[in-house]
Design a protein around this ligand. Structure first.
Ligand SMILES: Cc1cc2nc3c(=O)[nH]c(=O)nc-3n(C[C@H](O)[C@H](O)[C@H](O)COP(=O)(O)OP(=O)(O)OC[C@H]3O[C@@H](n4cnc5c(N)ncnc54)[C@H](O)[C@@H]3O)c2cc1C
Length: 385
């Protein structure tokens, strides 16, 4: 495996860094405070082709793969972690999944619109009573001949109040467990849908999150992605891609934590010398640096394997799980390193800590990823492509 980046990849990284510094950074504090999802940032990301990674050029893709996508997400998440989310909501969630499972008509209609940002996307499986146990979902789509009649509630849905279309996983056979799940390319303009923004999140404050209720929604049958009752496999395939986006976000955040900690340790003096000169502070910095670099290799490795169509479920889970451990640990150390200033909103330590905790839950909890890794390592489950 060769992690030396090409000149093109380095240029892409630089372009993403400039974009994040110039277009996202000026709004971080305001958007955190107001819990505001800024459409202009989303539109500019789309204009730059950020939602076209792994997408065929004939559907508007940018001709680049997972590794390039990861490099961009890393730079964006380093500046404001909330903005890692649209990569999954547009690109590796809906667009890539439709590219894998859709009819030619669906591909031509939906993918270019997710990639260009004309449609704001989402994916929804979680419900108030159902999270990790995806097959246990209750949101029900009853076959009424010409259409499905949809009833139920989805919870914690990113882009929930702003999405136009997105993947929606529902139960079409309520007694069949995983074999009763169907994936719909949901149209959120259909009558009978109520959306409520969740305002009391701990972090990811500039990302929109909502509860969505469906009440007797008539869903046309052509909105089914793949086959009826075969949505569980689609969901697992989708999650294996979006998890990488999540891990790349953790990598970006860990870079921000490391950078801020080094800056502070080389500016703040106590007892007549820089705190970075004290061994106990050096231990914190060394650990953060090791964590960040080790995470980078895990994330890039998973992307590299995906780009080559090689088995990667275990490696993707390792990147995601390790990413969660690293950012939660390092954000905590960062706040300690900053002393009382770390505890004030004058510095970003509070945001780092708030944003770090998402990584233990989203796209599969840390427990779920531990099981995936162990089962693959023990040979109890295959390490899938
Ligand atoms: C900001 C935010 C954005 C989100 N965006 C989306 C989105 O866009 N779409 C979407 O569908 N969902 C989304 N989610 C939901 C998220 O994916 C779920 O919360 C997550 O899958 C966990 O589900 P849960 O919260 O119901 O926890 P539960 O599944 O109830 O788990 C509770 C605890 O039990 C543990 N646990 C559960 N089962 C087992 C087991 N078998 N063995 C060991 N431990 C177990 C878990 O690890 C966890 O610690 C989002 C959540 C947040 C906070």
């Amino acid at each position: 495996m060769n992690f030396a980046l090409t000149d093109e990849q380095k240029m892409l990284q630089e372009m993403a860094r400039d974009f994040a510094e110039n277009e996202i950074k000026p709004y971080v504090e305001e958007d955190e405070k107001n819990q505001h999802w800024r459409r202009e940032i989303f539109e500019k990301m789309a204009e730059l082709g950020f939602f076209g990674f792994c997408i065929d050029e004939k559907y508007g893709g940018n001709g680049m793969g997972f590794l390039e996508g990861v490099l961009v997400i890393e730079q964006i998440a380093k500046v404001h972690t909330s903005w890692r989310m649209p990569f999954n909501m547009q690109c590796w969630g809906p667009a890539l999944t439709i590219q894998k499972f859709g009819t030619e008509e669906q591909k031509k209609h939906y993918i270019p619109k997710f990639v260009s940002g004309e449609y704001v996307g989402s994916f929804a499986m979680t419900e108030p009573d159902v999270g990790s146990d995806v097959a246990g979902m209750k949101c029900r789509a009853e076959d009424k001949g010409d259409y499905f009649l949809l009833n139920g509630t989805k919870m914690w849905i990113t882009n929930g109040t702003v999405c136009d279309h997105g993947l929606l996983y529902v139960k079409t056979d309520k007694d069949a467990g995983a074999r009763g799940v169907t994936c719909l390319i949901m149209d959120y303009s259909l009558p009978g849908i109520t959306r409520r923004k969740i305002h009391d999140k701990v972090g990811l404050l500039a990302s929109d999150t909502a509860e969505i209720t469906f009440e007797d929604v008539k869903v046309p049958k052509e909105l089914v992605l793949g086959k009826v009752n075969e949505g569980f496999g689609i969901c697992m395939t989708q999650l294996n891609a979006t998890r990488l986006g999540c891990a790349a976000g953790a990598l970006g955040l860990s870079g921000a934590i490391l950078e801020a900690s080094i800056k502070y340790a080389t500016e703040r003096s106590q007892f007549g010398q820089l705190i970075g000169r004290y061994q106990l502070i050096q231990q914190q910095i060394a650990e953060m640096k090791m964590n960040h670099d080790a995470l980078k290799y895990l994330v890039y490795q998973a992307a590299w394997l995906k780009d080559r169509g090689l088995p990667n479920t275990m490696e993707t889970s390792m990147a995601k799980l390790f990413g969660a451990k690293v950012v939660v640990h390092d954000a905590n150390e960062c706040m300690k390193l900053f002393g009382s200033f770390g505890y004030s909103e004058e510095y970003p330590c509070g945001r780092f800590l708030r944003d770090s905790k998402q990584f233990e839950t989203l796209e599969g909890t840390s427990n779920m990823h531990t099981m995936i890794i162990a089962n693959a390592a023990l040979g109890f489950a295959p390490n899938r492509v």
